[in-house]
Write a protein that binds this ligand. Sequence first.
Ligand SMILES: [Zn+2]
Length: 405
Amino acid sequence: MTLRLYWQDAYQRTFDARVVQRLTHKGRPAVILDQTAFYPTAGGQPHDTGTLNSIEVIEVLEQDEHIVHVTAAPIEADAVRGTLNWARRFDHMQQHTGQHILSQAFVRVAGLDTVAVHIGKDVCTIDLPTAQLAPEVVARAEAEANAIVWEDRPVHSFVVDESEVMRLPLRRPPKVRGAVRIVEVRDYDWSACGGTHVRNTAQVGLIKVLRAEKRGNETRVTFVCGQRAFADYAQLHREVTRIMDVLNAPRYQVSEAVQRTLSNAQRTHKALQEARERLADHEAEQLFARAAEVNGRRCLAHVFEARDPEEVRLIARALCARYPVVALLGVAGEHGHLIVARAEALADVDAAALLREALAALFPQGGAKGGGSALFAQSGGLNVARERLQTVLEALAARVCSAQA
Ligand SMILES: [Zn+2]
């Protein structure tokens, strides 16, 4: 049975110990010591890292009553000096103590007991047994939890036997029988817990809830404490400052400024779309005037240079809506595009079949994809020279008109 030094003093960063057993864990060397300050993964708190005689400890786990240290290399010596990665451990202590306080705050504010806890690499979560958690309730619990932090209440642990446990107002009944380790946030929260905690609530620094999301019949509350909350604030501050500078917005009116900018963009977009449609109408009129009439119907082929396909689509639609015409419109160049459209009245013409024919002529080796309906078909992402496109489309237009005679 390994003596757990972190239960006597969660602030102990170095210790001396003796190797009592050498083993392997998933192919890696591991040791069991007579005593350790390394916390193993347990109770929702991740394991510590650090070194044993300068050899990296990469994982720590509980095996029966023993604590197994998985190391990057075998440890030959029988006497070891252990050193914790203190930044990681203290972070876990901040998150874990903050979790006790926040869980109790939800009990007091909303009568909600925490049913699951997770201290992750970036954020922590508690699961509450409700599918409906109003944002105001979350805000009240968060405010109460932070008030407890600022009251600088002592946090201490003690061991009680089974009969004494019943007299304590524990949030949840202990999972173990016999003697139980209790962690108390003075006069506020009592939890059966084997984790590591800060010695007073002030060291939690800050508890910030990031979100609350429904998961089935429960709500998962995501939060960060201490250093993590500070890092989150610093990051958000940088982001918001950048937006403030770009939009020239006051600090607490950033969302209004973003909303305004979006509305302006939408209005501009709408006006641009209307202008494009008017331009398309105008260009359709000009194109139609130039289209040759064969056997009483008009068929036109036209190639644009470096034109937005969206504009060409608008021109094709405007042409076919206003005139009894078959339109074969192309955009030449590396980002070429091809559109075949026909007026509804010309029911004997199949735009999709014409498109296939044009693509087969342009790319005899295949590879070009496209499609559509009998009324409107298109293909994009074509690399095609202007002259070649012009020749193919004109030949096709001439054939379509004469074939329909
Ligand atoms: Zn705890």
